[in-house]
Design a protein around this ligand. Structure first.
Ligand SMILES: C[S@@+](CC[C@H](N)C(=O)[O-])C[C@H]1O[C@@H](n2cnc3c(N)ncnc32)[C@H](O)[C@@H]1O
Length: 188
């Protein structure tokens, strides 16, 4: 006769198998948000991942993004100004994450990293999901990895979908794992 714990385990396994990749990623984000306190996300857009990370977080999640109204990405994954104007991005973000303890920082990834470095702030978790071209992901990893506490979680999105992300992560974080769909992660 299976115990209630056995039944629960089977149910959880079935749920995981049936979930979409995005649902798996968001479950992982929420779990990491719950188990890490001081977190920074680089590239938040309208807040889908930010909210998943922050929803059970008991500390603070800093969200870094330009939220520029005319931002778009090219076919390498690099974001730049001068694309189609999609207005009110920061307002959309703020509305979507209402109720969570999130501090938006409207600036570039490297500007934000320099501010935290100057203040001596350290993070329990970094999640990188800004520009996806090789040079940008490399810059982001190099800028943010030193801002993690020992044992902190370095992670990011789109390893399996963007060549630039894969190349930078393979080169700079060779010990990474893929804990959920397209998310790469390692403990430093
Ligand atoms: C792929 S989207 C983020 C998606 C979001 N993490 C999610 O999963 O819901 C990338 C975002 O990164 C921002 N971004 C790109 N390059 C950036 C940079 N150098 N500094 C700050 N933000 C940047 C863009 O404005 C865009 O909103």
């Amino acid at each position: 006769m299976p115990t209630p714990e056995d039944v629960e385990k089977v149910r959880a396994a079935i749920q995981l198998k049936d979930e979409s990749d995005r649902a798996k990623e968001k479950r992982w984000m929420t779990e990491q948000g719950r188990t890490h306190r001081t977190i920074v996300e680089i590239g938040s857009e309208w807040g889908d991942s930010t909210r998943a990370i922050a929803t059970e977080n008991s500390g603070i999640v800093y969200a870094v993004d330009l939220w520029a109204d005319d931002m778009s990405w090219d076919n390498t994954g690099r974001y730049s100004r001068g694309g189609m104007v999609i207005g009110h991005r920061l307002e959309q973000f703020k509305n979507y994450v209402q109720g969570c303890n999130i501090e938006p920082m409207q600036m570039t990834s490297l500007e934000a990293a320099a501010i935290f470095a100057a203040k001596g702030v350290k993070f329990d978790m970094v999640f990188i999901d800004a520009s996806h071209d090789y040079a940008s992901v490399k810059e982001d990893i190099l800028a943010w990895r030193p801002l993690l506490v020992e044992g902190g979680l370095l992670s990011g999105h789109d390893y399996t979908s963007w060549a630039g992300v894969k190349k930078a992560v393979d080169e700079l974080v060779p010990e990474f794992t893929l804990p959920a769909a397209s998310i790469w992660a390692t403990t430093v």
